[in-house]
Design a protein around this ligand. Structure first.
Ligand SMILES: [Zn+2]
Length: 451
């Protein structure tokens, strides 16, 4: 007998062979999708009645800083080069104790799971090894599939971000990887690089070489800030010293300022881009890179990025990213004196950017990102018969434009339910809630940003 059987869902698999199927079943065993089809002749220990539900692959957030969850709602009027650098990187991040990393990561992961994101790249600024360990504990305790990203420590902006010649703390990285990540089925490691706009060439290259030696993803904040303290930004230099080192294991967060030629070069090298359209439009990063990535024949992925600013719900990024791209495409046509008679990219495109393209960027496209027999069972069930979503005529449009996190009824990660009947199952949600709130209050008080 199999572990679990989802009965009677509208299955939006995003897999070309499986397609979209009405009243279909999904059979799950050992955390893996075994079979998808209508009226499967199968039995399971746990049968989930999915009548009135749409089944989709879990969302993949390719770029977020989850440790900021307990300081959510402070950056809604901030810019990147103004308040964000001053208050967040230059102040609050340095006040984090290991337990703050744990609590922010834990509730950030709960927000992800509640809103249907089953995999996230969590970019961390661990001040010490212990900070990193507790951040990883949070991901593990929450049951999220995650790429823990070891970025530069958050304790000294001058040391790590101003023409830094200090590489990532290699000993800590190795110890954390070997101790808590390497053997965990749901966790993987990435290195959070600084580019030549933030550190000297030798450091930028040696951090990337460390990622390559470990065989893990390298992800980099680049092309967002017009940094002026480094020689790099005296004139535009694209990827600078990293130009010939790009590959499928290289992910760029933002990339707004890159030229079309440099984006083409990155796409041709197999590198991926994470776009966070909502934060980028607010904070002054520039026009989202999605336009250039699509023009280069690539496909962008979506990331929430700064959850001290905006909600961690991927649905918002999926919608905003789609509509911004359509705005540009439409405007080009209008400026040529023509009428817009069709949209450039579709609801399915943006849903894929929120799922399989995110998986591809994280090197997980063979494991997750579509509902496909043989892949891991990261599955989300949404209500399509709710009074805000009914009647459902096109399940992809219902998912993209008509639903919100409250419509997410059930979430499975690796075949295990983490949310059911609209509620998270993890007891830590209530057990740790007070500590989580206290952590946020302490950080804001000590920072003095409202004083
Ligand atoms: Zn970021």
């Amino acid at each position: 007998m199999a572990d679990r059987l989802i009965r009677g869902a509208t299955v939006v698999s995003l897999d070309d062979d499986v397609g979209t199927q009405e009243e279909a079943d999904v059979l799950i065993d050992g955390g893996e999708i075994v079979e998808i089809g209508p009226g499967l002749d199968a039995s399971a220990d746990d049968v989930i009645d999915a009548e009135g539900k749409i089944a989709i692959p879990g969302f993949v957030d390719s770029h977020i800083h989850m440790a900021q969850t307990q300081v959510r709602g402070i950056a809604g009027d901030w810019s990147l080069m103004g308040e964000y650098f001053e208050h967040m990187l230059g102040n609050i991040t340095g006040l984090y104790q290991p337990e703050d990393h744990y609590l922010g990561g834990l509730f950030g992961a709960f927000e992800k799971l509640y809103s249907g994101t089953t995999t996230a790249l969590d970019w961390s600024y661990p001040n010490t090894l212990e900070h990193g360990e507790r951040a990883v504990d949070a991901l593990s305790d929450a049951g999220l599939r995650a790429v823990y990203t070891y970025g530069p420590p958050g304790d000294d902006a001058a040391k790590w971000w101003y023409e830094s010649d200090v590489g990532l703390p290699e000993g800590n990285v190795r110890e954390l990887y070997d101790g808590k990540i390497r053997d965990d089925d749901l966790l993987s490691l990435a290195l959070g690089l600084r580019g030549p706009d933030f550190c000297v060439d030798e450091t930028a290259r040696s951090d990337l070489e460390l990622a390559r030696e470990l065989g893990v993803l390298a992800t980099i904040h680049m092309g967002a800030a017009q940094w002026t303290s480094s020689e790099y930004n005296d004139e535009y230099q694209g990827f600078g010293c990293l130009h010939d080192m790009l590959g499928p294991d290289f992910n760029v967060a933002h990339g707004n300022h890159f030229t079309q030629e440099d984006v083409q070069h990155a796409v041709d090298a197999g590198a991926s881009f994470s776009s966070s359209p909502e934060v980028e439009m607010q904070m002054g990063h520039g026009i989202p890179v999605t336009d250039k990535v699509l023009s280069a024949g690539g496909r962008p992925t979506w990331g929430v990025d700064v959850c001290s600013n905006i909600s961690g719900d991927m649905g918002s990024q999926m919608r905003i990213g789609l509509q911004v791209q359509r705005m540009f495409d439409n405007q080009r046509i209008l400026e040529e004196g023509e009428e817009v008679t069709g949209v450039s990219i579709t609801c399915r495109d943006t849903l894929e950017m929120a799922t399989i393209e995110g998986a591809r960027a994280l090197g997980m496209e063979d494991e997750i990102g579509t509902l496909t027999p043989g892949k891991r069972a990261d599955v989300v069930l949404l209500d399509k018969d709710d009074f805000l979503t009914a009647p459902c005529h096109d399940p992809i449009e219902t998912v993209v434009f008509q639903s919100d996190p409250s419509h997410i009824d059930t979430v499975l990660v690796d075949g295990e339910p983490v949310k059911r009947d609209g509620k998270l199952l993890n007891p830590l949600v209530s057990e740790e809630f007070d500590r989580f709130v206290q952590s946020g209050r302490r950080l804001i008080e000590e920072s003095g940003i409202y004083a």
